[in-house]
Design a protein around this ligand. Structure first.
Ligand SMILES: [Zn+2]
Length: 318
């Protein structure tokens, strides 16, 4: 008798747990499922890629960006809802080169399910890519969007894929791409012109993590990051000490925080400089791996790039 009661209790517990799980997953499905209209359902990762797809697709596609403003792609982990969105996508665009370091298996899985899944950095010729910090072949710096001309290559790459997959809207994609490429050329010229206002000896950009190497090469800045290429790499005491010495030696006027990275490392660096009897300002916030809020000018790729160069120039000019 005792055993019968016990088995009944166990069965009831299992049944109610299964029902709770059913309610939970069906709830996720409802919240995360994509609309079933005739539009191409595009799922993107970073805010920069989301912005690009909105520009190219206009009303012809629905864009579902997984990462919001201020989100760090290096440490981003997909939720169950994100996985459902990815599974229901007509097409997926991500950055690649291990920027979304915790999502690699997911992209592989979606490819296996025959969902067209593209790394936008495949647009860039390998000869233009900078080496990663792991020193093994095939390890590259993922932050290509901070050079406007490399991002232009991405625009061409993504447009070709959209045209091929959804030829009925080819005209929309091509027209928008052509207009946008012209805007990017103007933006590139703007960054070049403004950068030249900073005297050569002051063109040193120091940030929390090492996101600006492509920017530095394109626009003539020496770039130093406290953390490595990924925010997952921690800055050591020696890194802070060496960089503080460098700042004092070269009388660097400002260092910068990034909106998607914790500020404590840059604050520690400022303090270390102060303890060496020199003062370095925090020159402002830069958008490195994530754009600003949607209703702000920095909520677009063009606005983000302009904000960065204006902030850098203002802080580094004597
Ligand atoms: Zn980064």
């Amino acid at each position: 008798m005792k055993y019968k009661v016990l088995s009944l209790v166990i069965v009831l517990v299992i049944l109610s747990a299964s029902y709770a799980l059913y309610l939970y997953t069906s709830n996720i499905t409802n919240n995360a499922s994509l609309p079933s209209n005739n539009k191409l359902q595009v799922v993107t990762t970073t805010t920069m890629i989301t912005d690009l797809l909105k520009v190219l697709g206009e009303d012809a596609i629905d864009v579902h960006g997984l990462m919001g403003p201020g989100i760090d792609p290096h440490s981003f982990q997909a939720t169950e809802g994100d996985v459902i969105k990815l599974s229901n996508a007509d097409i997926i665009f991500y950055n690649g080169l291990h920027l979304e370091g915790k999502m690699a298996d997911l992209f592989e899985e979606m490819s296996k399910r025959n969902i067209p899944t593209y790394a936008v950095t495949d647009a860039i010729d390998k000869s233009k890519l900078l080496a990663g910090e792991d020193n093994y072949e095939g390890s590259y710096d993922p932050h290509i969007w901070l050079d406007v001309m490399l991002w232009k290559d991405v625009v061409v790459f993504v447009t070709d894929i959209l045209v091929e997959l959804d030829s009925s809207n080819a005209y929309v994609y091509s027209k928008n791409a052509n207009n946008y490429i012209e805007e990017l050329k103007i933006l590139h010229e703007y960054v070049n012109t403004v950068a030249l206002k900073v005297p050569e000896e002051h063109r040193v950009l120091i940030t929390a993590h090492d996101a600006f190497q492509y920017f530095g090469i394109a626009y003539g800045f020496k770039v130093l990051g406290l953390q490595g290429l990924s925010t997952e790499t921690q800055a050591g005491i020696a890194d802070v000490r060496n960089l503080a010495d460098f700042i004092c030696q070269h009388k660097i006027p400002a260092i910068f925080i990034e909106t998607s990275v914790q500020t404590r490392h840059i604050e520690a660096l400022k303090e270390a400089v102060q303890s060496r009897n020199f003062n370095v300002e925090i020159g402002g916030e830069l958008f490195s791996d994530s754009m600003g809020d949607l209703h702000e000018p920095e909520g677009t790729y063009i606005g983000m790039v302009k904000h960065n160069i204006d902030t850098i120039t203002k802080a580094l000019n004597p």
